[in-house]
Design a protein. Structure first.
Length: 67
């Protein structure tokens, strides 16, 4: 009887799907409301970023090449 119960518990445990650590990460944390964190590649100390910054406060919200 014990072995049957143990087998049932092990079978249920094998059926449970473990969540991957990467599924718990939100890559866009800190990027809303013109946050300074960006999901793109950044050189050391954040001196240069390859993601564009948008101009806030206008209806167009266009890319600013000088930002």
């Amino acid at each position: 009887m014990r072995s049957l119960a143990l087998l049932a518990v092990l079978t249920l445990c094998l059926g449970a799907r473990a969540q991957e650590p990467a599924e718990c990460v939100d890559p866009f944390i800190g990027t809303t409301n013109f946050g300074t964190a960006n999901p793109g590649a950044v050189t050391p100390h954040g001196m240069m970023s390859v993601v564009p910054f948008n101009v806030m406060g206008s209806e167009e919200n266009v890319y600013d090449k000088d930002a």
